[in-house]
Write a protein that binds this ligand. Sequence first.
Ligand code: HEM
Length: 493
Amino acid sequence: MGLRRRKTKYRYPPGPKGIPIFGNIFQLPSLYPGAKLIEWGKQYGDLKWVVVNSSEVARELLERRGRLYIGRPEFAVTQDILSRGNRIVLMGHTERWRALRKIMHSLLMASKSNTYKPFQDVESRALVWQCLRRPDEFYRHGARFANSVIFSVVFGRRTSMNDEKVQLLFSTIDDFLGSQTSPSTTFVEQFPWLVRAMPRSLQWFRPEADRIYKKTIGVYTTLFDDLERRIKEGEDPDCFARGMADVASKYGFDKAQAYFAAGTILEAGSDTTRNQINLMLAAAAKYPAWVATAQSQLDKVCGDASRLPSFDDWDRLPYIVAAIKESLRWRPNLLPFGVPRTLIEDDKYRGYVFEKGTIFVYNNIGISHNEEEFPSNDVFSPERFLNEDLQDALKGHLGFGTGRRVCPGWHVGTQNMFASLPLSGRNFLIAFSRLLYCFDFREVPGHTIDECEIHPLAHDHAPFKIQIIPRSEKHVRLMERECAPAVEELDQM
Ligand code: HEM
C-alpha cells in the first residue's frame, strides 16, 4: 500500500510513515483494521493513502465520480494464476468486466425475483425449524440456508450439506478466500511486477495457486455437466448457470469464464449471507429493545402466531427493512475495506492530485461508526434508517459498496432477510422477519457477545453463544405446521 512513488505533479494527503519497501502493510491489524484507520484519520484528516475515511468523500469520489474510480489493482496470484483471469470481483475495468456485469444484472434483476422466491421461502422455513430443534447449531443452519438459496439461484435446485459435490464446491470458496488472506499471498500481491519478473521455478506460491485453479474448474465442470444432464432428462430449471451458458458464446466467453461467473455468484453470495444472519442474531441478543419493536410490528401484520410473515408483507414492515440496513451498517460483513478500486484517470480533489492507478479503499467500519453521523454508534438501532431513503437499500451505509462496482447481488441478498426484496435484500427480509417473529434472543449469562470477535470465515464452530427461545407455545405450533415440512424434503436428499 505504501509503495506509490510520489511524482512532483501529484499531491497526496498526509499519511502515516511506512517502512521502506513494505510501506504500511504491517501496521494494520488483519481482522478489523478500522480502529487503526480511525486513529490515522484523526491524525491526518479524512483522506489517507488513499483510505477513504468519511461518507462524504466516499459519496463524492466512489459514487459521483464513479466513472473514474472503477478499476481494480492487479492480483498477480489470486486473479492471474489461481483464477486464470476469470474472477469478476478481481477484474480491472475491461470490456469483459462490463459484459459480465451486464449479464449478471439481467440474470439477477428484480423481475427474476419470482423465480427465486420459492427457494427463499422454503429455505427460510427450514432455517426457522432447525433453529427450533437445534438452537445451539444456529451458525450451521444459517450457513445451510445461505448456501442452499444461492445454489438454487445458480443451479435451480436445493442442496443438502451432505451432498459431496456441494461440500467440495464450498471448499473451493474457502481455498480462494484462504489464499487471499494468507500472508504468503497477500505479501506477493503487493508486488505484481516481481511475480512477472520471477522465474516460474522460484515462484513458491504458484503450485498451490495452480492446484486450487484445477480443483475449482473441476468442481464447476461437474456441476455444469450435472445441469446439462438434468435439462436433457426433461427438467426446465430457470437459473443463473443456464442463462450464463446460453449467452456465453454471444459474448465470446469460453467455458472457464462462464463457469467462473456462476462460481463467483456462489462464493459472493454464501458466506456474506451466512455472516449477515449471524450479525443480526448477535444484535438481537445484545439489544433486545429493537427486537420488541420489530415483533410488535410483525404481530400487527401477522397476528398472534397466525401465519409466518411473507414477501407480500414487505411494504407493511418498514422496521424490518430498517433493521436490515442497520445490520449492514453495524458491523461490516466480510469486507471491512470493500474491495480495492483503482483510479482510471488522474483526478483532483480538495487540492490533492491523484495519479491514474492510485488504489482507493474505504474504511467501512470507521465510516459507519462515525459518532457525528451515527450517534451512539455501537448501539444497534434500526430507527436510524426510518427516513425518506428507507426503501433505497443502498443509501446510508456502505455494506454493499457504492458506485459502479457496487455489489450486483444486493438485489438478491436483501430479500432473504425477509423473503421479498432484491436477491440479497429478499434473503435478509425473509430470514430476519421469520426468525424475529418466531423467537426471542438472549445472551447466555457469563458469555457476553463481543461482535468484534465474530470471525467472518469461521464456519466450524459457533462464533458466539446465544439463547434462541420460541416466543410462545402458539409459535411452536405455527412452526410445526408451516416450517417442519420444509426440512422433511431435505432429510430425504
Ligand atoms: C450480505 C450480502 C452481501 C454483501 C454484504 C455483499 C457485499 C459486497 C461488497 C462490499 C462488494 C464490493 C463492492 C465494491 O467494490 O465497492 C461486493 C461485490 C460483489 N458482490 Fe456482493 N455482497 C453480498 C451478497 C452478494 C450476492 C448474493 C451476490 C450474487 C448474487 C454478490 C455478488 C457480488 C459480485 C459478483 C461482486 C463483484 C462486483 C464487481 O467487482 O464488479 N454479492 N459485494
